[in-house]
Structure formats: C-alpha cells, structure tokens
Design a binder for this molecule. Sequence first.
Ligand code: SAH
Length: 423
Amino acid sequence: MAERKNNRKKYDVTGASNHAKFGGKKQGRSQGAKFKPNHDSKCPVSHLCGGCQYVDIPYEKQLSEKQKYIDDLLGKFGPVDKIIGMEDPYHYRNKVTASFRRMKSGEIISGVYEEGTHNVLPVEACYVEDQKAGEIIRTFAKLIRSFKLQIYNEDIGTGLIRHLQIRVGRKTGQIMVIIVTASPVFPSKKNLAKALVGEHPEITTVVQNINMKDTSMVIGDRNQVIYGKGYIEDILCGKRFRISPGSFYQVNPVQTEVLYGRAIKYADLKKKETVIDAYCGIGTIGIAACDRAKKVIGVELNEAAVHDARINVKMNNIQNVDIYSNDAGRFMVDVADEGDDIDVVFMDPPRSGSTEEFMSSVITLSPKRVVYISCGPESLARDLTYMTKHGYQVIRMTPVDMFPLTRGVEVCTLLTRANAVKY
Ligand code: SAH
C-alpha cells in the first residue's frame, strides 16, 4: 500500500503513533491558495485531501481491489481468506482532526490539509468521519471567531489554536473534544468550552492539549482538563475501555470487533495459555481475550496508553492481565532471556511493522501460535519473510476492511511453529 502523505486519516491507518501527525512540507503551505472543487466526485475535496482515494468506487469494487492487492502481496505465504467488509462503509471513523484557516472576510473555515502541504481545505461533510464530530468542528470554527482567538501560524510561531480533535465512544455515546493549543495560556477557555457544550450537549469532556513543539505531530504531551473527566470510555467485545487524549484506539470500532474476534479465534485459547499482547495500546486485545487464557502480559511504549491499559484491567475486574511499560522489542528480549513459557503471542505493531529484535525473541520463546495483526501489508510481508525463514509457517490470513473508502487494509495472520500440528 502506498504511503498516503500528509492526511489526517493516514495516521490512524498506521497505528504508527498515538500522536497523530500531519506530515508534509511546511513550505508547501499557501493559505491563500485558490481551491478548485471537483464536482465529479462525491466529495469536492477528495482529489486534494487524498484521504479517501476510493470514495467514488462502488464498495464491492473497493473490496475486490483490496483483496487482489493482498492476494498478490501476501498469497505466497499462505492462504488468504475473503476480505471482511462492512455493511455500512460510511462515517465509521471515531476520531477526527481538523485544522482551521481565517479567510480575508474574517470567516474561519475548518478542514484538512491539502495532500503534501499545510494548506487548509474546507471540509463541509466527510464520508469517512463521524458526522457528529463534523458538526462540532464547524461550531468550533464559529466560536474561534466570536471568541477572537488566533489560529496558530506555524511559519512565524504566533497564534494559539493548532487543531481540534474529536474522539467518540460509539457504544457509550461519550465524546471528547481536544483543543490543541500552541501555548498553555488560553484565555476564556472555560467560557469557550461552555459555549461548545451548550451547542452540543453530547460532548462529555473538553481537554486543552498543549503542543508547543515545532512538529507535525498533532497531539502534544500535556493535557489540561477544561470540562468533564478528561477521557472517554467505549465498549468493545463486551469490555469497557478508557481512552485518553494521547492513547491509540482503533478508529473503526465496528470492524475492530470483527478483527479481534478473528485474532482470538486464531489464538485458539483454552484457559491454559500464557499470552503476550505486544504493542497493546490501551490493552484492548489482551483484555478482550483474557477470559480464555490463564495469563495475559501486555506491553506498550506510550505512557498515556499504558496508564489507560492498567486502569482498563482494574475497571473490568480482571485478575490475570499485567501491563508492562516498555519497548516491545526490548521487553521480548528480557522475556526470552528469562526463558519464560509463552504459548501465544499477539502482535499488533505500528504500520512500519515489528523489529528483528522483537521477532528473534519470539523465535527463541517459540510460542505455539503467533497472531500478527497488521495495518501495513508491506511491512507485514517483510516480517513474514523473516518469520517463515526462522521456523514459523503462515496458516491463514484474513484481510479486514478497517478503512473503507481508503486504500488501507488490515490483515490478521496466524502463524504456527513449522513443525507444529496443522491448524
Ligand atoms: N493493539 C492495540 C494498539 C495497536 S497500535 C489496539 O488494537 O488498539 C500500535 C501500538 O504500538 C500503539 O499503541 C503504539 O503506541 C505502540 N508502539 C509503537 N511502537 C512501540 C514499541 N516499540 N514498543 C511497544 N509499543 C509500541
């Protein structure tokens, strides 16, 4: 899958970071640039935004394109199942990030960056994103004007408002609004939040996220709660999960249940196994699987996600899951050095894939099953090459369409030791 550049949707497809970032060259920025809508597309900015390359392709055709792509790329490793698509492939995204631009008239428009630049394109309606999030963003754009707030100008480093990010817990109905600012000083933030919640009472929390760095990352390290609890919760696979501003959470919750269901089926747990959930984020896979295992060990690098994961274990009254804060590769080396018995490894690395350090330790530990969840088919191909050269075989692969209307596709792969009994 080709890397999509500089688009807000890309960063969750990757899972590469808990901090969504906007790539692209700042020098490509041209705030006054004329924008030419494409009236032949369902979305007038799709040709510039680049976030929904398949928006004008019938859904069945999108699925067959992805199937072919995965068959061609990964078919050599083992059998590829039919891709699992969605019944309703629109507005699935539960996390939406917007940028803003002040027009000469003083009006504030909200939208996404044009691909490869930091030029803000107006987005009226997006087929991928949560619709309520879009409404909140448009209200916020009006409030920027009425509260006379300055939009951050990254070229000269002035202004306050960098981005707005909305995160929605689809099953709980909770909504978090994250106002990313370039400075901690945020005049009238309480009144602004009050006005926003007044218009959208379904918002359950508003957080100021401070990002003072000259970076294309959206979310900075510091959060200040303006209203509500400072996080949202959602329900996945019958368990409850807390999600903080900096934590990764799958962007398509409907398909996440499908994906996890497949991963847990592949793990074939019988309550006797010790399981590692590597790159565990807020602990979702391990917590979803723990009733079927003896013990689950989660490992995650991002501090906010580790914090959430530990709370998620407690909140669900779980006794057999431990979460470790570490680099997954380093952690696996330690576990391999200890010579622990590990029966199953779930691995769900960022889009860039895993590392030889991690995989060579998996091979030393020699678990019966490895369930590899990947949103980066090309890095998956590289890692499967390594794993199959070192004593593992691919039993089955299931593509899951986590990202309808885009080129993105997730693949759940079952590997077993090459000398193990057939699945
Ligand atoms: N399994 C989770 C998260 C998958 S996204 C879920 O399904 O929601 C990948 C996760 O890997 C992110 O939470 C990211 O912070 C984490 N990560 C990235 N690099 C890592 C590393 N080197 N070691 C451990 N975790 C890492």
